[in-house]
Design a binder for this molecule. Structure first.
Ligand code: SAH
Length: 234
């Protein structure tokens, strides 16, 4: 699996892969990363990559030529690319997308900057458009890293213990139950004693109860969806 990042600011991104789980996964050959700068493809004599918007207004728009030529050259060099554009107006990225995209051979993430990207490049090259939430950032680099991280941990062998994937929040309708570690008593607060007694069925029942409470509080819509699904199954 390869992740290629199309960005004007690869320096902002590279550090993220230089430590911890993703570094280990790259060292072990679980996936590879590459960066490509559209400025290198600019035909403008000053290597310009943006211009004023036709419709007026403040801010610059990323010009179509450098980005289009970058993506064209990637397509010429590689088969089976899946090209994702980052944009606040895209489909909200979810855990299901992370799992689905972990099966792809080569993902390309395009980071916009300024007021965004000339729509014709998106029209021509995007396989999918994703947003990481209803807020506006200064660029697509963080969204690309967020999605890459969520996808990468679903690639076989990236996480040490594959069990840690199955029971996580968003893998089931319920959010994950609260976690505790030693010591049992900490600053006047105790971890649930049932967790420590070793009766696995009781622990499981308690965790489901705690998961339901958490889901009701933080994501009530997930419970309603699950209740509806059960009704239809009957
Ligand atoms: N003018 C645009 C915002 C541009 S922000 C608008 O109002 O829709 C500049 C770039 O940051 C975008 O091209 C995109 O690549 C990235 N970006 C900003 N917020 C984002 C978000 N919530 N999700 C994904 N990408 C985002």
């Amino acid at each position: 699996m390869t992740f290629t990042f199309v960005t004007l600011f690869s320096n902002l991104m590279q550090g993220y892969f230089q430590d911890s789980i993703l570094k280990r996964a790259i060292d072990n050959g679980r996936f590879t990363i590459a960066f490509i700068d559209p400025r290198e493809f600019s035909l403008n004599k000053h290597n310009k990559v943006d211009d004023t918007a036709f419709s007026g207004g403040a801010g610059m728009v990323m010009s179509p030529q450098p980005l289009s030529d970058t993506l064209k050259s990637l397509h010429e060099e590689h088969d089976n690319l899946h090209v994702i554009f980052t944009t606040p107006v895209g489909k909200p990225f979810t855990q299901n997308d992370a799992k689905r995209l972990a099966q792809k051979e080569h993902l390309v993430f395009v980071s916009g900057r300024y007021e965004g990207i000339d729509e014709r490049v998106i029209e021509q090259y995007a396989d999918e458009l994703f947003s990481i939430g209803d807020y506006v950032l200064t660029g697509g680099e963080l969204p690309s890293l967020v999605m890459c991280d969520a996808i990468a941990r679903n690639i076989e062998g990236v996480l040490g213990n594959s069990d840690s994937l199955a029971i996580e929040s968003f893998e089931t309708p319920l959010l994950e139950a609260p976690s505790f570690t030693k010591p049992q008593h900490f600053q006047g607060l105790s971890a649930p004693s049932e967790y420590l007694k070793g009766n696995h069925s009781k622990i499981a029942a308690l965790k489901i109860g705690l998961s339901e409470c958490k889901t009701k509080f933080f994501r009530p819509k997930r419970l309603i969806t699950e209740q509806k699904r059960k009704l239809y199954e009957k």
